[in-house]
Design a protein around this ligand. Structure first.
Ligand SMILES: *Cc1c(COP(=O)(O)O)cnc(C)c1O
Length: 373
């Protein structure tokens, strides 16, 4: 049957019919109607972080990583020194792109099962005056850990360091308030918790540092300062905009607001998360993280100990029943991940876990319990 599969992944994710229908029209990039949509999206995004006073928002074509790269290229001077707080795969990606852009970069390693430590960060910053910027991944989508944004922002502010936050998988679901939390740049994208389709990112940049960003970027396409100036002057995107993605995001944001904004989204994802973990536990599955450090965004489960388990067969068996799981991203352990985000509720999660139970049955596996470590 051609029913859309439910995406239990951290983007692209399941979107509503209303969001998909918004993409059925063509838009001219010079046209005032389209530019009004862009302006409205930018205004809504600033309102979500309470950032209209302190920040501007600059959208950028591409997947989320393009915007992380653009944020670093734009905000960090070429002789800057970036410290990346590393507790997972997305941290390592941020460090790699920083190095590739010619910025000095240092990784500060943490356990991938634990949040990064603001106290350790403070100690490191006091010992190395050359560090100009800190990069934090708010929710490390690799394992699903929630990192302490407020504490890290406070340490950066106290020590006079710039802070760049990758809030890709948390924005819209977890509270981020620019009036309380000081950041130089914060990055997110259309196709995550706002439940738009993938294809554009956006970066909040603190007004106080904006003018100083001129000329930092070594890349034309990634220069958010240039993109910002052009957009302010003309109301248009600098290069061809992802028109259908922008109108879909506009429609997705309207539904986000109707649902009750960030608190309502967090409440729904938390119900999804609780339903998932309880139903999976009944099958024997065990989450990798301590619930105290887990964000209700994506859950890493240990693979079952049973020798008949292999991810590809498991994936195919769940897929046949209409649900797409996500592979694990840990360096040493065999795991898989299940996303709690997207236009789904506890009913879809219950159905997904039912599909998982049938997949185990197909494979002749009696329990999802992992090997005892
Ligand atoms: C999804 C995500 C990204 C961006 O990934 P893309 O594949 O480029 O969209 C970056 N950081 C985090 C934490 C993410 O979850």
């Amino acid at each position: 049957m051609d029913r859309d599969k439910i995406l239990l992944t951290p983007g692209p994710l399941t979107t509503t019919l209303r969001t998909k229908l918004a993409m059925l029209r063509d838009w001219g990039s010079w046209d005032a109607d389209f530019n009004a949509v862009t302006a409205s999206v930018r205004k809504s995004l600033l309102a979500i972080v309470h950032g209209a006073e302190s920040h501007v928002v600059v959208p950028l074509q591409g997947s989320g990583t393009f915007s992380v790269e653009a944020a670093i290229a734009t905000v960090v001077p070429r002789d800057g020194h970036v410290l990346v707080l590393d507790n997972g795969a997305y941290c390592k990606r941020a460090a790699r792109l920083t190095t590739l852009m010619g910025r000095r970069c240092t990784l500060m390693p943490f356990d991938e099962a634990q949040p990064v430590s603001a106290g350790d960060l403070e100690h490191t910053l006091r010992g190395d005056a050359s560090i100009s910027h800190v990069v934090l991944i708010h929710c490390e989508t690799g394992a699903g850990v929630l990192n302490p944004l407020q504490a890290v922002a406070d340490v950066c502010a106290r020590n006079g360091k710039g802070l760049i936050v990758d809030a890709m998988s948390s924005f819209g679901a977890l509270e981020i308030d620019a009036r309380k939390t000081r950041f130089d740049a914060l990055v997110a994208a259309s196709g995550k918790c706002l439940e738009g389709v993938p294809g554009m990112g956006f970066v909040f940049i603190r007004k106080a540092i904006l003018d100083g960003c001129a000329g930092n970027s070594q890349s034309l396409a990634m220069d958010l300062h240039d993109q910002y100036l052009y957009m302010e002057k003309t109301t248009q995107w600098r290069f061809t905009p992802p028109t259908h993605v922008v109108v879909a995001l506009h429609e997705a944001i309207a539904q986000f607001e109707e649902e009750g904004g960030q608190p309502a989204r967090l409440a729904r994802y938390t119900r999804n998360y609780e339903t998932l973990v309880a139903a999976m536990a009944a099958l024997g599955f065990k989450p990798f993280l301590d619930p105290a450090v887990q964000a209700p965004i994506i859950v890493t489960f240990h693979a079952p100990a049973d020798a008949r388990y292999d991810f590809k067969t498991f994936y195919a068996a769940a897929r046949r029943r209409g649900f797409l799981l996500y592979p694990g991203k840990l360096t040493t352990l065999e795991t898989f991940r299940v996303g709690c985000i997207g236009a789904i509720g506890p009913t879809e999660i219950e159905q997904a876990v039912h599909a998982v139970a049938l997949a185990l049955q197909d494979m002749g596996i009696a329990s999802g319990a992992p090997a005892r470590s």
